[in-house]
Design a protein around this ligand. Structure first.
Ligand code: G4P
Ligand code: NA
Ligand code: NA
Length: 190
């Protein structure tokens, strides 16, 4: 998505060797018009697929997920990060390890909002090591629902997430694919 790549080039800041800061339009301040175009783009990409529901993880997945749900006219469910020590009843759960933050998040979805046979599109802001999407996949599997694909706003193609999802047989569609960060420059995949 050209517009998104241009925005990443313009606003993105590289932190350390592999983190892209995009808090001017995605991860802190949000550009609603860009988000809407992102939702429309996912709706176009997945237009031939039957989708009952969109699934994401709080917090930064919610914006692109809602905009996609708006374009496709389907509900959006976000997995919550469980911060209490006890687990509530009636939830699907998964553990998500964050390489970036070196923490484990316990994510959960109320069983009322994900049921057997539902066709689910996963949407997330970043694909890095794929652990967040893998957690959602684990939850969808527990619920005996079905994954029809994963839509990613920004993929860091030099990390392991894509390979993990390919191996799981999941169709991944990313709107911007970063090949590398070199000397403070962002290179996109051709
Ligand atoms: P993974 O899910 O692909 O394995 O990613 P990883 O564990 O490395 O990342 C953990 C968190 O950091 C995720 O957000 C993910 O979206 C985000 N992230 C990963 N790489 C980047 C990056 O280059 N730039 C930015 N801005 N974020 C990145 P989260 O912990 O779920 O938190 P939230 O911010 O969505 O609340
Ligand atoms: Na995220
Ligand atoms: Na994030």
């Amino acid at each position: 998505m050209k517009l998104l790549e241009e925005r990443i080039r313009q606003d993105g800041r590289i932190l350390g060797k592999d983190i892209l800061k995009v808090d001017t339009f995605l991860n802190h301040q949000i550009d609603p018009e860009l988000m809407q175009k992102i939702g429309d783009e996912f709706a176009t990409i997945f237009r031939d697929v039957a989708i009952d529901k969109i699934l994401t993880v709080e917090s930064s997945g919610i914006e692109p997920a809602v905009m996609t749900g708006l374009a496709l006219h389907v509900p959006v469910v976000f997995a919550r990060k469980n911060k209490s020590l006890t687990l509530p009843d009636g939830v699907w759960t998964a553990d998500v390890y964050s390489f970036t933050k070196q923490t484990i998040n316990h994510i959960m979805i109320d069983q009322r909002f994900l049921t057997a046979g539902e066709r689910v599109l996963i949407i997330d802001d970043f694909l890095a090591n794929g652990q967040a999407v893998a957690g959602l996949v684990a939850i969808v599997t527990q619920a005996h629902a079905e994954i029809v694909g994963a839509g990613i706003v920004i993929e860091k193609a030099f990390q392991q997430g894509r390979q993990l999802l390919d191996e799981a047989g999941i169709r991944v569609e990313s709107l911007a694919r970063i090949a590398a960060f070199e000397n403070g420059q962002i290179t996109f995949m051709a």
